[in-house]
Design a protein around this ligand. Structure first.
Ligand SMILES: C[S@@+](CC[C@H](N)C(=O)[O-])C[C@H]1O[C@@H](n2cnc3c(N)ncnc32)[C@H](O)[C@@H]1O
Length: 213
């Protein structure tokens, strides 16, 4: 189920500043290399949205969980101030290889630091505070990632969580897959969490923004 009407999505895309050539080229290379799995790319509207959040928050230290080929990391890097950094966590070496190849050629690619390994383990070795954390990896660990990063969030920090509508499957009572159940549980947990304020936005596949109270 597309969350946003396809004509509205196309109109929104046509009225969003186009992505720079290096991100268009990464998008094409990801589609060539990974076929349908390229659906994991955040794409231009969410990419620009993430860049805007980084810029508006004045974020200097950004953490991403789920690099894939580095599209969202590169998009966020464009919103950083001088000296700002993105630390991004990935598990799959095929994804890493494409991400590294394209980061090496991208303006600002040196701001992005890829850390390989299971994200929950890597997170244990990372010190905060982070100004913005983007959660976009395996859905069954969303709650674990949230609980791991909340204490590492800066005072005015923001957690951004992707795919929280899961193509609308969160509403399908017959869908009892692990991913769908994990996303429902995550959304229910966050909205009831007295430590935070959240908003669930219908951008792309659903994006949740969370801040501490
Ligand atoms: C949806 S994709 C990320 C998309 C990326 N943020 C973008 O917009 O281009 C999810 C990524 O998380 C990675 N991933 C899945 N489970 C992981 C884990 N336990 N630790 C680290 N990375 C993981 C996958 O290999 C995949 O590359």
């Amino acid at each position: 189920m597309p969350i946003v009407d396809e004509r509205i999505e196309a109109y929104a895309r046509a009225h969003t500043t186009p992505m720079p050539a290096h991100l268009e080229s990464l998008d094409a290379a990801t589609r060539d290399r990974f076929g349908p799995r390229a659906g994991m790319l955040t794409g231009p509207i969410e990419g620009r949205f993430l860049e805007m959040l980084v810029f508006a928050a004045g974020a200097r230290r950004v953490l991403e969980i789920g690099t894939f080929t580095g599209y969202s990391a590169q998009a966020m890097a464009a919103g950083l101030p001088p000296g700002g950094t993105i630390t991004t966590l990935e598990l799959d070496t095929a994804h890493e290889a494409v991400a590294r190849e394209h980061l090496a050629a991208a303006p600002g690619g040196d701001k992005v630091d890829i850390r390989m390994g299971p994200a929950l383990t890597t997170l244990e070795s990372l010190d905060g505070p982070f100004d913005l954390v983007f959660i976009d990896a395996d859905k069954t660990n969303y709650l674990n990632y949230y609980e791991a990063v909340l204490p590492k969030l800066g005072e005015r920090g923001l957690i951004v969580v992707d795919n929280v509508l899961w193509s609308g499957q969160v509403l399908d009572d017959e869908d009892e897959s692990d991913d769908t159940k994990a996303i429902r549980a995550f959304n229910d947990h966050v909205v009831a969490d007295a430590r935070v304020v959240c908003v669930l936005l219908t951008i792309r596949d659903g994006v949740m923004l969370v801040r501490r109270r």
